[in-house]
Design a protein around this ligand. Structure first.
Ligand SMILES: Nc1ncnc2c1ncn2[C@@H]1O[C@H](COP(=O)(O)OP(=O)(O)OP(=O)(O)O)[C@@H](O)[C@H]1O
Length: 246
């Protein structure tokens, strides 16, 4: 297992947004977290990646206790996250976005750009090209990010995550706003990356598209884990019920 949580909990003024959630993410898999709106999925991701402090429980990454490490330390351990809404630098080109460092979210745009132009390493550029080619967006290399479609922005986000060499890529709704054909392309790329040694933990609502690609599925409802298993879990009565009740 690359990631394990043990009774992870997070409370907001009495609301149990995350209530003793224990999950295991196998290496080189696509593990999916689903559940109706407000069931705690984003809170889970935020707590695992250090954006929220846990109120209870433990997070282990690659066998190491990383509970309540700050986000940059978790990043250094090899876990990177993408956000519900992609945040590229719109006026910059795709390749410039690829070369933007991710490790220091607090760094100013100006500082980041200067650092990049000064520190440009040819192998970083080469790596960025290779990744863009793998993702089939190399034709967009010199386009400004603002001209990309929703799906292309998601691919750019995956590209940026791949630039970091993170072992585990955590994604919040990577298919939101993506046309179905491109969504399938994205998922096929993700599966190829799993075969190549990466691990993905994904929160997603579009089950019709993503379920077939999932190796393992966790279902949340009201801050708790209500089911886990293979793709067939969505047929369990308790899962149907939590979706109907939402
Ligand atoms: N920063 C916060 N402060 C207070 N309450 C919060 C905060 N973040 C989340 N919550 C609450 O925690 C609960 C779980 O929210 P969360 O966003 O984790 O659900 P979700 O499953 O990701 O929903 P969605 O699918 O709509 O994104 C909700 O009741 C939400 O209102």
């Amino acid at each position: 297992m690359i990631l394990q949580t043990y009774n992870l909990s997070k409370f907001f003024e009495g609301l149990r947004a995350l209530d003793s959630v224990s999950i295991s993410v196998p290496r080189e898999s696509l593990t999916l977290i689903i559940g109706p709106n407000g069931s705690g999925k984003t809170t889970f991701i935020n707590t695992v990646t250090g954006f929220y402090r846990a109120d209870g429980g433990r997070v282990e990454f690659a066998g190491k206790d990383i509970t309540n490490f700050p986000p940059h330390r978790i990043f250094k351990e090899g876990m990177v996250r993408t956000f519900q809404i992609p945040r590229p630098f719109k006026k910059l080109t795709v390749i410039e976005n690829m070369l933007m460092p991710l490790e220091n979210p607090g760094e100013s745009l100006r500082g980041a750009i200067l650092k990049n132009w000064v520190d440009f390493e040819s192998d970083a550029v080469e790596k960025a090209y290779d990744i863009l080619e793998f993702l089939n967006i190399d034709h967009l290399t010199f386009e400004r990010a603002e001209t990309l479609s929703g799906g292309q922005l998601r691919l750019l986000e995956i590209g940026k995550a791949l630039m970091t060499d993170a072992k585990l890529i955590v994604m919040d709704e990577p298919l939101a706003g993506v046309a179905p054909a491109l969504a399938h392309e994205i998922l096929k790329k993700i599966k190829e990356l799993c075969d190549a040694g990466k691990t993905f933990l994904i929160v997603e609502h579009r089950l019709d598209i993503i379920l077939d690609y999932a190796d393992k599925v966790y279902v949340m409802g009201n801050g708790r884990l209500i089911a886990e298993g293979g793709r067939e879990v969505i047929e369990k009565p308790e899962v149907v019920e939590v979706y109907l009740g939402a």
